[in-house]
Design a protein around this ligand. Sequence first.
Ligand code: ADP
Length: 257
Amino acid sequence: MKASLRYKELNEDLKRVAEELRIKSEEKERLEESKKRMLADLSHDLKTPMTTIQGYSKALYDNFVEDEEQRRRYLKYIYDKSIRVTDLIDELFIFSKLDNPDSLINKQEQDLCEFLRQLIVEFYEMFAEKEMELNIEIPSKRIVYSFDQKLFYRAISNILENTIKYNPLQTNVFISLKESKDLLVIEIGDDGTGIREDLAETLFEPFVRGDKSRMNDGGTGLGLAITRKIVQKHNGRVYVDTNPTRGSTNFIIELPI
Ligand code: ADP
């Protein structure tokens, strides 16, 4: 081989290695940034309810509360905020467990159609309370798939709970399971509030919440991050289509067959 040709190849190899190193260092920086952001968000989300708990319990302890009704109201604030703290800790625990690449999942073959039908039944009452109309398309046959039932329950419940939580009364909800050549596709969509297109990807990152949701104390911003980790543990992918043909938000879970 001519020296000039070898030199050219070497030069290209070096360029490739330099490019790989640059990508790796950018990735590392991005991870560091996201860890820092996560910690800051976590401290904020834990501190806010704890400050309320401290304030109201001190008022009660110091006998600043005049009447029974006010006393009960303060106790209710304390109770609600303590639930919020435990919810956050529970979700954080699950998220960090799933984040560990060595964590094991308990996959078992079972009928995915039946599993979905039963899960949806558990949500009937909540959908009915918000007068939401359910449009369900799940095949009546059996589709046997190997999955961790507890984790799948959590992954799909997170999306269903959000559908109820973030949409107005009388929203139409579409739930379907379809089989393609090499994929099982679960779709959960609604024609409600919608999700900003630029947020569609970041909402799956921990602690990221939609615009108005920060004001609504009912969430942790970990739900969709947990859902994504669970789907990934099953070698699948989950994403949101913000502009589907029906409705305004469509969560899509694709599972390899
Ligand atoms: P949380 O519900 O605790 O905020 P999630 O990770 O479950 O966290 O959801 C992230 C955000 O995605 C929510 O805060 C909300 O803004 C948005 N979202 C999720 N589902 C829907 C939906 N069906 N319609 C509109 N917004 C949604």
